[in-house]
Design a protein around this ligand. Sequence first.
Ligand code: XMP
Length: 318
Amino acid sequence: DWTPDSFVDETVQALKEQLKDDKVVLGLSGGVDSSVAAMLLHKAIGKNLYCIFVNNGLLRKNEYQSVLEQYNGMGLNVKGVDASARFLDALAGESDPEKKRKAIGHVFIEVFDDEAHQIEEVKWLAQGTIYPDVIESVSATGGPSATIKSHHNVGGLPDFMKLKIVEPLKALFKDEVRRVGASMLMDKNLLGRHPFPGPGLAIRILGDITPEKVRILQEVDAVFIDNLKKWNLYDSVWQAGAILLPVNSVGVMGDERTYEKCVALRAVESTDGMTADWVNLPYEFLQKTSNEIINKVKGVNRVVYDISSKPPATIEWE
Ligand code: XMP
């Protein structure tokens, strides 16, 4: 019978035998899969696991710092690389969703390759690939592995892609990954995190990306997510986030007319991201959240709630 405890024991033992004294590099995304994969490898080979966590400047508010601290607290050998400026430069002026994804994928590969080169005699690339990723080309969890897969054929294979691959979660479904993480006593907040796309807020800012738009969306998203947690709604929602629309609308603030940005909130129920229903969030929650966003976030004067299901609407707007 499959149990998380026996999976951990057997996998750690198998990884020890397979990897011996070899060095392994792994890209952490902040998500569940890469984090659980890292923890298993850490148990097996300790400091020979070199984790890299890249800040692409498109993460949630304060996410880079807080997740990096969390990884350090777990005892992982992790290096944080803040490459925000490189990503934002590569995205400047770009509005096409697929070109944005490609630009982010390219920069990620360059940054990761540079970092991997600094690890002497690294032999393996570890990935948090789970069973559904093996069948689907787009990973719902959006880890670096998804980025790599969809971009590795652009401009030749980077050196780290020539490493031997180790994927300890390849046979597991998401709920099993969470149970494996729980059996290793990993933090509940980390294991319960909503999926977040690899290109991050870039595909939730419709149109071109500027540092100011990233700031606005991070603030809006933080209010929405914090409120979901405060209202105990976070765990019953599969994924939630905010979208910055390329629309200004007229508002009124005191005696002044305003002409400012509009944001959409999206929260869905799903099992695998392939189909999804919008969540019937309480009106009172929406009312409080909308007021808080408009009062707190400079540059936003209108909030709408997305009531479209997938199909035909996708979860993300780009
Ligand atoms: P859609 O918008 O296709 O999203 O309904 C389904 C799931 O996939 C995530 N998603 C992505 N993840 N890179 C990723 O790593 C991407 O380019 C990407 N696009 C969508 C989305 O967040 C949802 O969980």
